[in-house]
Design a protein. Sequence first.
Length: 118
Amino acid sequence: MVEKFAFDSLDLPIVKHRYMFLLDAEVNMRQTYNDILCAGSKIVRNEIGDPVPPEVIEVRNQLHLDFGAIDYFIVDGKGIVVDANKTPGSNPEWLKKNRFRQEFDDRMVEALTGFVRG
């Protein structure tokens, strides 16, 4: 799923949000970029974001995603989804720099283990 690239301003820095999840394990990140295309190498700040907007949760539900990442911007107070990815990856450097990402990975292991055990 790809939607129109939408944000409030073209001025740098650009703030994009990423909601990652596996079953009930989730993390919502607020990522600040010094790049209009939001290249991963141009992230200048990555932190825990606010609660996931209902519009974003609705996209997850409509797509029936149990595992994935949804990228979105906040425009006029609403979550505008620009990408839904069912095969998100990680980077060992991000895990070192962002402890909350490692904690999310640990929660994903717990969620998947619980799912397999029933």
